[in-house]
Design a protein around this ligand. Structure first.
Ligand code: NDP
Length: 310
């Protein structure tokens, strides 16, 4: 069987946008949707910051629209996940969870990142009804309410500051006695009268009827001074980091220490010719649907140019 010209791994805004551009360029792209068709965005409810939807749009509807747009130009979208790759030589080999193997002349990795959660059963119970890992996505639903953000890094501080602009009160729950965030971020949080930082504190459970109403928090957990209390909140935001979904590719593709794929300049080329990376798997910083879509577009254009050199 002839190798696929352009294989796209992942189906978030980056993957589908790459598919739109690649199919319009006549590359007959094949998209491997993975285990979460539509990507991370499908774990949120409404998207209000993607240009073109003045009234906002349901996240799943938006991803369906982008998918259909790709299909309209002939993208071949398959409900399979990748279990292994071999990027040692072109054409590159990709093994799927149905046991079959595909080969491709160019590959766009758009596998995204996964927000880290604490691992509490209650997070699953209230996911989408009070538990979120994206303040920019879901903060608006907590206008004038009380929320807690877990984490002590730049993301947590940024999310807490953002939420303080909407909510009546924000608790920042930090497990250490200090913030890991940059000085500027720390000052922003500590000087905001709406944000109360609770150091040396862990969230261990959530309660509520149909939505979050309170959290169990533990001060100095596991020490003689341990104190357990209940914090009334309407929402819990996790900001304890993301894990880029790059593990499968790491034997060949260079990543930074956190696992984000390293791309050249403002483009999407990786250290392996013909392999491109787009979206959150290569973005430790912006992590927005619109920036992921933009990099998917770049990846398709760069793949097209690469294929012309073969
Ligand atoms: P970080 O890894 O920097 O911070 C994660 C935070 O979550 C830490 O405070 C960590 O605590 C805490 N944490 C981790 N696991 C748990 C847990 N199980 N329970 C409770 N707390 C936990 O991740 P970020 O997403 O904040 O930042 C990632 C990178 O992106 C950083 O390099 C950051 O500087 C950068 N960034 C920069 C921004 C900017 O400059 N505007 C904005 C956002 C991110 P502990 O300290 O104890 O490990």
């Amino acid at each position: 069987m002839n190798p696929i010209k352009c294989l796209i791994i992942g189906s978030g805004p980056a993957g589908y946008t790459a598919a739109i551009y690649a199919s319009r360029a006549g590359l007959a792209p094949v998209v491997l949707e993975g285990l979460q068709p539509g990507g991370q965005l499908t774990t949120t409810t409404e998207v209000e910051n993607f240009p073109g939807y003045p009234e906002g749009i349901d996240a799943r509807d938006m991803m369906d629209d982008i998918r259909r747009q790709a299909e309209r130009f002939g993208a071949d979208i398959r409900p399979v996940a990748v279990t292994a790759v071999d990027f040692s030589a072109s054409p590159y080999a990709v093994t799927l969870d149905d046991g079959s193997t595909l080969t491709a002349l160019s590959v766009i990795i758009a596998t995204g990142a996964s927000a880290k959660y604490l691992g509490l059963p209650a997070e699953e119970t209230y996911r989408g009804t009070g538990v979120s890992a994206c303040a920019t996505c879901d903060g608006f639903f907590y206008r004038k309410k009380t929320v807690a953000v877990v984490g002590g890094g730049d993301t947590a501080c940024e999310e807490a500051s953002y939420l303080a602009g909407l909510a009546a009160k924000v608790y920042l729950i930090v497990r250490k006695p200090f913030l890991r965030a940059s000085k500027a971020m720390q000052e922003r949080v500590l000087s905001n009268p709406k944000i109360e930082v609770r150091f040396e504190t862990n969230v261990t459970d959530l309660q509520g009827d149909g939505g979050v109403e309170s959290a169990t928090i533990v001060f100095k957990q596991g020490t003689p001074e341990e104190q357990v209390s209940t914090l009334p909140i309407d929402g819990l935001f996790l900001a304890i980091g993301h894990t880029p979904n790059s593990l499968l590719f790491r034997p060949w593709i260079k990543t930074d220490e956190a696992g984000y794929i390293i791309t050249e300049g403002s483009g999407t080329t990786t250290n392996v010719p013909g392999i491109f990376a787009a979206g959150d798997v290569a973005d430790p910083f912006f992590k927005q649907a619109i920036t992921a879509a933009a990099s998917g577009c770049k990846a398709a254009i760069q793949a097209e140019k690469y294929l012309m050199t073969l």
